[in-house]
Design a protein around this ligand. Structure first.
Ligand SMILES: Cc1cc2nc3c(=O)[nH]c(=O)nc-3n(C[C@H](O)[C@H](O)[C@H](O)COP(=O)(O)OP(=O)(O)OC[C@H]3O[C@@H](n4cnc5c(N)ncnc54)[C@H](O)[C@@H]3O)c2cc1C
Length: 436
């Protein structure tokens, strides 16, 4: 049975790992200027860093993973503050890598249906995307960040990745001379490390990106995402909801059992008024707002964790590469969470990078211009597509638009809402293409 279609089935055994030992002397070699040297150094040990490091080690690269362990945010009861919708193609890759087998299947939610509501000032009916009608197993699964981190940490511990828990402090100028062919960094404890390739997975405010002076384009949504999990009074039937409104974009994602996870991307001042509420008042406020939108979503009974908030920016690098260095995941691109694609794009980066680095040409020199160019070309389109989709939807439904523009937005929305063929096409495209 397909592991994606049955997250409650017994966990599969991860594939055998070829490296039983992880002594530094097995992994690193000495650079000519002293200090440790590896084939590839990955900076940032959150989900993207852990996933790519274990994949590189399985390919046979001598790899170091640098940076502190992120805090595990699972709360005593209930779920993590951070819940991710993971696309089928990301999940399939995680299954091939043995990563999804390490995730507690009972904590994985399933999205079979997605209910999208246009804002009240636009007239079109809701768009309902349905896995059954589109003949796919599921639209996505929902997974807690702590589960993803634990799976990644377990996989890394089973490979011979050299784990250094200090932060990156500085980047040495481009090599030349004795160390040509390597790029060097210094960690907070003064340790020097050289690698043929540095991979930045150090998040939206990437230190490596700043040290390498890679230019970015930034768009401030002037919004904040408020996240919280709720107990509900009737089963969600694996349906996700998203409303576009004058108070931002509110999404509810199904969790296992009688629970849903909220991401409310609200204008800053309104979001601030939500973040100061006690959990009980927040629950009432969200429920009241959903009622004003008129919806068949389950009734929210109680907020079951401490809410959190995240300011929303779009950050895109002009190019994710520089001399012997590349950025992936949020270090390279941060997008609005409305489409639940940020981490999926990051996993798409990893899939593509591992494919490029598994080629014979890359084995000799994984940091060569040829490898970096190939990788950058393969990822440019996917990142732009998500950026256009999220920016476009944000602009189209942020507030009442001028007549011509709103007429066009309504027409396009209605076409999708009224056509099961278009809906199936959208679902199949999203499910098959996933993060790529
Ligand atoms: C509200 C919200 C909801 C979202 N929902 C979804 C969703 O449903 N689906 C989805 O796919 N995506 C979603 N996303 C996007 C997702 O959160 C990110 O894309 C993902 O977390 C990025 O992971 P990352 O590993 O690249 O970066 P991060 O998780 O930010 O990790 C960066 C790591 O780098 C480390 N680091 C930083 N500086 C240094 C340094 N100098 N040296 C060493 N290490 C360093 C940090 O300690 C951290 O561990 C959402 C985002 C938001 C804000």
């Amino acid at each position: 049975m397909n592991a994606f279609s049955s997250p409650t089935s017994a966990p599969m055994q991860p594939p055998p790992i070829p490296f039983p030992s992880k002594r530094a002397s097995d992994v690193a070699f000495s650079s000519l200027s002293g200090g440790l040297a590896v084939d590839i150094a990955v900076i940032g040990a959150s989900v993207a860093g852990l996933f790519v490091a274990q994949g590189l080690s399985r390919l046979g690269y001598r790899c170091a993973l640098i940076g502190p362990d992120p805090p595990l945010l699972r709360q005593k009861s209930g779920f993590d503050q951070r819940i991710f919708a993971i696309s089928p193609s990301s999940w399939d890759w995680m299954t091939q890598q043995g990563l999804s087998a390490a995730i507690d299947a009972a904590r994985v939610g399933v999205i079979d249906r997605m209910h999208l509501e246009a804002p009240p000032w636009a007239s079109p009916p809701p768009i309902v995307l349905d896995a059954y009608r589109a003949a796919v197993d599921q639209l996505a699964v929902t997974v807690e960040q702590s589960e993803l981190l634990a799976a990644g940490q377990q996989a890394v511990a089973m490979t011979n990745v050299l784990r250094l828990k200090e932060s990156l402090l500085s980047l040495e100028p481009e090599g030349g001379g004795a160390n040509d062919g390597l790029r060097s960094i210094r960690l907070e404890n003064g340790q020097q490390l050289s690698a043929k390739l540095l991979i930045g997975c150090d998040g939206a405010h990437s230190a490596l990106r700043q040290l390498a002076k890679l230019p970015i384009r930034q768009f401030d949504y002037q919004s904040t995402a408020v996240v919280a999990n709720f107990e509900i009074d009737s089963h969600h039937r694996h349906t996700a909801y998203q409303w576009f409104s004058d108070r931002g974009i509110l999404a509810l994602l199904p969790l296992p059992g009688l629970a849903m996870s909220m991401v409310w991307s609200a204008p800053q001042s309104y979001a601030q008024s939500l973040t100061v509420l006690e959990p009980e008042s927040l629950c009432k406020q969200v429920q009241g707002f959903i009622e004003t939108l008129g919806s068949d979503a389950p009734h929210l009974r109680a907020c079951i964790n401490t809410p959190a908030s995240f300011p929303l920016l779009e950050i895109l690098t002009d190019r994710p590469t520089a001399h012997r260095l590349l950025l992936i995941a949020d270090a390279a691109h941060v997008v609005h969470p409305m489409a639940g694609q940020g981490l999926n794009l990051g996993i798409g980066d990893i899939i593509e990078l591992l494919e490029v680095l598994s080629g014979a040409g890359a084995r000799h020199d994984p940091g060569s211009v040829y490898v970096l160019e190939r990788y950058a070309r393969r990822r440019a389109e996917a990142v732009l597509a998500i950026s256009w989709l999220t920016r476009g939807l944000y602009q189209a439904f942020r507030e009442p638009l001028p007549k011509i523009a709103s007429g066009f937005a309504n027409w396009a929305w209605s076409r999708v809402a009224g056509s099961s063929m278009l809906q199936s096409f959208m679902v199949q495209h999203a499910v098959r293409q996933g993060p790529r």
